[in-house]
Design a protein around this ligand. Structure first.
Ligand SMILES: Cc1cc2nc3c(=O)[nH]c(=O)nc-3n(C[C@H](O)[C@H](O)[C@H](O)COP(=O)(O)OP(=O)(O)OC[C@H]3O[C@@H](n4cnc5c(N)ncnc54)[C@H](O)[C@@H]3O)c2cc1C
Length: 502
C-alpha cells in the first residue's frame, strides 16, 4: 500500500492526512542503495538499432535524441544516472515481440517498464533495451470486465472505470503502472473487501522470450497465469494487457485519527489487534512518522456509511484507552476518496501525473518524482511488548522517516497461499521502513535489522529489496519451486533477467 507521503490536504475543519505522492520531494538518496536491472553492453550496431526503430509502430529513443533524458527516468530519482542503450515505446504487442526478437538476436539485455516505480530500479537497464509499454494504456469496460493496457497508470484506471460506475482493487499511488502492481500482487485500500489486484485478474496477454503472444488464464497457459499473480514483474515475459473482474463502486467513508506521540505504543498495540480482524469493509493503515517530529496516525477507508465506520473506530479507541487528539471522518464518493488516498485531492486527473517525462504522461502533470529508500517486512503475528518498544524507538531516532503498517486479512486472507504466486495470505499486515534524505538508507537498514527478530523474514516482491539475501523464500515462500518451473518452461534461456529473478 502506498505509504510514504502522508500528504496534508485541507478539508473540512481539520487537517486531513492522506496517502499519495504529490508531496514526494526529491532528496538525496544513499548511493549504496543504487542497483540496476539488466546490465551489459548492447551487441547490436547503430544500423541494427536504427532498423529496430523503423520496424516499430511506437518509437525508439536512443542516446543523443532530444527526449532521451526524460525517457530514461524512473519514478525514483536515485536511478537518474542509468543510461540504457535504447528505450522502445511499444504501441502494440507486435512491437514488443520485435524488441524481444532483437534482444535475443543481438544478445542485448532487455527489461520491461510500465509505471517505472520499481524500488530497486529494475525497470531500467545499463546499456540494454527498455521495453516501455506506456503507449498501451487503453482502459475499456464491458459487462463487468475491464481490459487494461499494460502501460496504464492507476489514476487513469480509476478515472476511466469510475465513468462506468465500477473499479478494481489496486494501489493508491496514482502513477504506479498496472503491470508491475498486478504481476507482484497489488495491495490497495479496498483489498480487504475485494482482494488483491491479482485476485480479480481473469486473463493476461504476455509476449514470451520466444516471441509468442500468449493469452494466459485459468484455462489457457494456466501455469503462467498462476505465476503472473504475485510472481513479480520482469520474470516471465512482457505483459501487454490485463482483463479484470470489476466491482460496482459505492460511497465510502474516509477516516484519519491522530494521537500524541506519547500514545504511540498504545495505538500500535490496539491497531494490530483491531485492523487485521476488522470486517472486510474496513481497511486501515498505521503511520508512525518522524518528519520532523514524531507523529502517530491511523487512516483508512470503510466501504459503507459513516455510522458503521464510527462504530468500528470506537472499538479501536476503546482499545487504545484514549481518544485521538484530532480526527476526520467523512463520507465520500469513491472516486474522490481514491483521489484523496492518491494525494490528488486538489488536482484534476490530468494533473495527477508526473509532468511529461514519458510519452504517456500529460504535460499538465503536477506530481514530482521522489528519492527514497524503503525496506519492508510482512508480519504474521502481532508484535510483542518488546517488539513494540523497539519499533517506537526506531521511529524516534533523529531523521525524516516513517514506518507504515498496512492491514491485510479479509478477502486477501481467504485465498489459499498456493492458489496464486502471492503466498502471504495468512499474514496480518505489511510493514515498510521508508526514508528520505541523507542517511535514509542507513536508517532503513538499521530499523529493518532491529525489527527482524520480531517480524521474521517475509517480504513482498512489489517492495523489492536488492539487499535481501533469502529473497526467494521471503517473497515466495513455498511457491518458489513452482515459480522456478514456470520460468524454466517459458524462458529456458533466461532472456528476462533480474538480480532477484525466479
Ligand atoms: C510511490 C509508490 C507507491 C506504491 N504504492 C503501492 C500500493 O499502493 N500497493 C502496492 O501493492 N504496491 C505499491 N507500490 C509498489 C509497486 O506495486 C511496485 O513498485 C510495482 O512493481 C511498480 O510497478 P510499475 O509498473 O509502476 O513499475 P516498473 O518499475 O515499471 O516495473 C516494476 C517491475 O515490473 C516489471 N515490469 C514492468 N512492466 C512490465 C510488463 N509490462 N510485463 C512484465 N514485467 C513488467 C519491471 O521490469 C520491474 O521489474 C508503490 C510503489 C511506489 C514507488
Amino acid at each position: 500500500m502506498d505509504r510514504r507521503n502522508f500528504l496534508r490536504v485541507s478539508a473540512m475543519a481539520g487537517t486531513v492526512l492522506a496517502y499519495g505522492t504529490a508531496a514526494c520531494g526529491a532528496a538525496t538518496a544513499d548511493r549504496r542503495t543504487l542497483s540496476t536491472g539488466a546490465t551489459g553492453s548492447a551487441g547490436a550496431s547503430a544500423a541494427e538499432w536504427r532498423a529496430l526503430g523503423r520496424g516499430l509502430d511506437g518509437r525508439l529513443i536512443r542516446p543523443g535524441d532530444a527526449s532521451y533524458d526524460p525517457a530514461r527516468r524512473l519514478f525514483n530519482t536515485a536511478y537518474d544516472s542509468v543510461r540504457p542503450a535504447g528505450i522502445a515505446y511499444c504501441a502494440t504487442a507486435a512491437d514488443v515481440a520485435e524488441c524481444v526478437a532483437f534482444a535475443r538476436r543481438f544478445g542485448v539485455p532487455v527489461t520491461s517498464r510500465s509505471g517505472g516505480h520499481s524500488y530497486a530500479g529494475w525497470s531500467t537497464s545499463r546499456n540494454g533495451l527498455v521495453i516501455d509499454v506506456s503507449p498501451m494504456s487503453r482502459v475499456s469496460y464491458s459487462g463487468g470486465h475491464a481490459t487494461i493496457g499494460a502501460g496504464a497508470r492507476l489514476v487513469d484506471v480509476y478515472a476511466s472505470l469510475a465513468a462506468h460506475g465500477v473499479s478494481i482493487p489496486a494501489g493508491s499511488c496514482p502513477t504506479v503502472g498496472i503491470a508491475g502492481l498486478t504481476l507482484g500482487g497489488g495491495l490497495g485500500v479496498v483489498s480487504r473487501k475485494y482482494g488483491l489486484t491479482c485476485d480479480v485478474l481473469e486473463s493476461v496477454r504476455i509476449v514470451t522470450a520466444d516471441g509468442r503472444t500468449l493469452t494466459c488464464s485459468a484455462t489457457s497457459n494456466p501455469d503462467l497465469f498462476w505465476a503472473s499473480r504475485g510472481g513479480g514483474g520482469g520474470n516471465f515475459g512482457v505483459a501487454t494487457s490485463f482483463t479484470f473482474r470489476t466491482h460496482a463502486i459505492r460511497d465510502v467513508t474516509l477516516f484519519f485519527l491522530h494521537w500524541p506521540w506519547s500514545k504511540a505504543a498504545a495505538v500500535l498495540r490496539a491497531w494490530q489487534a483491531w485492523a487485521p480482524y476488522a470486517p472486510d469493509e474496513l481497511w486501515s493503515n498505521l503511520h508512525l512518522g518522524h518528519d520532523p517530529s514524531p507523529d502517530v496516525m491511523v487512516g483508512g477507508l470503510y466501504v459503507g456509511g459513516k455510522a458503521g465506520c464510527e462504530r468500528l473506530l470506537r472499538r479501536l479507541v476503546d482499545r487504545v484507552g484514549a481518544g485521538p487528539s484530532s480526527r476526520y471522518v467523512a463520507r465520500s464518493p469513491y472516486d474522490h476518496a481514491m483521489m484523496v488516498m492518491a494525494g490528488c485531492a486538489d488536482l484534476s486527473v490530468a494533473q495527477c501525473h508526473r509532468p511529461g517525462s514519458l510519452p504517456g504522461e500529460t504535460s499538465k502533470g503536477r506530481l514530482v518524482r521522489d528519492a527514497f529508500t524503503a525496506k519492508s517486512h510482512i508480519a504474521y503475528a502481532p508484535l510483542s511488548a518488546t517488539g513494540i518498544r523497539t519499533l517506537i524507538r526506531q521511529v524516534g531516532t533523529a531523521g525524516r522517516h516513517s514506518v507504515l503498517l498496512d492491514a491485510l486479512g479479509g478477502a486477501i486472507g481467504r485465498v489459499r497461499p498456493d492458489a496464486t504466486a502471492f503466498p502471504h495470505r495468512r499474514a496480518l499486515f505489511t510493514v515498510q521502513y521508508y526514508a528520505h534524505r541523507t542517511g535514509a538508507a542507513a536508517w532503513a537498514r538499521a530499523a529493518h535489522a532491529a525489527m527482524r527478530p520480531h517480524f521474521g523474514d517475509h517480504a513482498y516482491v512489489n517492495y523489492i529489496d536488492p539487499e535481501l539475501t533469502g529473497w526467494r523464500r521471503q517473497y515466495y515462500g513455498a511457491n518458489a519451486a513452482r515459480l522456478a518451473r514456470v520460468k524454466a518452461a517459458y524462458d529456458p534461456g533466461r532472456l528476462f533477467r533480474l538480480p532477484q529473478g525466479v
